[in-house]
Ligand binder design. Structure first.
Ligand code: CP3
Length: 386
């Protein structure tokens, strides 16, 4: 498919009904902050806000496997909405998983409870890579349908945007080559050096599969896109830049062309054309303090920061010009409230070094988290103003 011409709408590739084009989410706190401006109130959402910390999620999931839940549009949409309703967060993140597009491409992958993604057969040789099936945009219909249902409900309630997401090629390759979760991803990193040609072919395949997944979510109504390179922190800057960053940029090229009219710059009289803004892209990794600039350089708008580096230091490393997202340490969620509150206030203060800030955790919500704590953080932050 020629992705630059396919499904082009009247505005930068997005259809006329897209919530950013219709102006339904473009002035929201989240999109304002992702665009580098400070909204009246600091926006907040939590990575992994949908999921096992919520009793209503555990109840819904009793009889449905994880991947089947992701591929059931009504169920995925309902699970996405649960934390939005409960916590009053400033964004929904579509309930899915980074391996969903692999599954839809026909790869033998499952998500094992308490473990994570597991492959029927690891991908380790040139022949294994050559045999990987392409993903057709049509195969992503259950994802697009789930996004559409979610966005319909969100826009009926107000201006809360939906974030679409995808795994970055390296993080996907870490599962594909290892065959499952691993500590230091050594087999994947060995392939990178031992057989760079096969490595690059694998990364190109992963970029196209995950880019197609991300594009499907944005075209179906997601107002922002987050690329998770969760395991990039296992890499040196040199390896990241040479062997990984080009594939991540290739994945993002699937959404880079998508734009909408900037609500702050209505059509000017001379050209009668509105200024276009691209759909904001967030890039996040764990343990990536040394990679922040390289992760920004692939062409992302916002950097998600994990809990290991304070936001003022992260901002300094990025030249104080990049909107940041993060970085409450999940370890504080189970601490006494005054300890957690002081930590949250410290994160908010440090976030002032950046042009704008979206409060989040430094990694996902742990399953055993008391969800009332998350609601309390949202109330605290919304009460602070900006
Ligand atoms: O609310 C949200 O954040 C949206 C949902 C979401 C899931 N996975 C649902 C999920 C998102 C954004 C992801 C991304 C994801 N999946 C990443 C990147 C983010 C990160 O945490 O670094 C990664 C590395 C994966 C791979 C994966 N899938 C892992 C490590 C696990 C956990 C395994 C376990 O059981 O501990 C999964 C499964 C998974 N993905 C669950 C959920 C809610 C748990 C499955 C269940 O409820 O049975």
């Amino acid at each position: 498919m020629d992705r630059t011409t396919a499904q082009r709408g009247p505005s930068g590739g997005l259809g006329a009904e897209h919530p950013l084009v219709k102006g339904l989410t473009s002035r929201s706190r989240l999109i304002t902050a992702y665009s580098g401006r400070r909204p009246d109130v600091l926006p907040v959402w939590f990575m992994r806000q949908a999921g096992r910390s919520l009793p209503e999620y555990r109840e819904l999931r009793i009889s449905t496997g994880m991947l089947n839940a992701c591929l059931d549009p009504a169920l995925a949409s309902e699970i996405t909405m649960q934390p939005v309703r409960r916590h009053g967060v400033d964004a929904g993140i579509f309930f899915s998983d980074i391996v969903v597009p692999l599954k839809l491409a026909g790869v033998d992958v499952d998500i094992v409870p308490g473990k994570g993604p597991v492959l029927g057969k690891p991908v380790r040789t040139a022949a294994d890579v050559a045999a990987l099936p392409p993903v057709l945009p049509e195969a992503l219909a259950p994802v697009a349908d789930g996004v559409r249902a979610t966005v319909a409900e969100l826009t009926e309630r107000g201006d809360t945007p939906l974030i679409g997401f995808a795994g970055a090629p390296f993080t996907l390759a870490a599962y594909l080559v290892e065959g499952g979760p691993s500590k230091d991803h050594i087999r994947a990193r060995t392939l990178m050096h031992a057989d760079p040609e096969t490595w690059h072919a694998l990364m190109a395949w992963a970029a196209d599969v995950t880019g197609t997944f991300l594009r499907a979510q944005v075209l179906a109504g997601a107002s922002a896109a987050q690329l998770f390179d969760s395991w990039a922190g296992a890499l040196s800057l040199e390896d990241y830049t040479r062997h990984v960053a080009p594939a991540s940029a290739r994945a993002l090229s699937f959404v880079r062309d998508l734009s909408y009219p900037d609500p702050e710059h209505a059509a000017d009289a001379v050209s009668a054309r509105a200024v276009e803004r691209n759909v904001p892209i967030v890039h996040f990794g764990v343990g990536t303090s040394e990679l922040l600039r390289a992760m920004h350089d692939i062409g992302t708008d916002v950097i998600g920061v994990d809990y290991r580096v304070p936001l003022d230091e992260a901002s300094r490393r990025l030249g104080n010009i990049v909107p940041l997202q993060g970085n409450i340490d999940p370890a504080y969620l189970d601490a006494p409230w005054p300890v957690l509150e002081a930590h949250v206030r410290d994160v908010v203060e440090r976030g002032r070094s950046a042009p704008s800030h979206v409060l989040n955790l430094g990694h996902g919500v742990p399953p055993e988290t008391d969800p009332t704590v998350l609601t309390r953080i949202v109330e605290l932050v919304h009460g602070l103003g900006e």
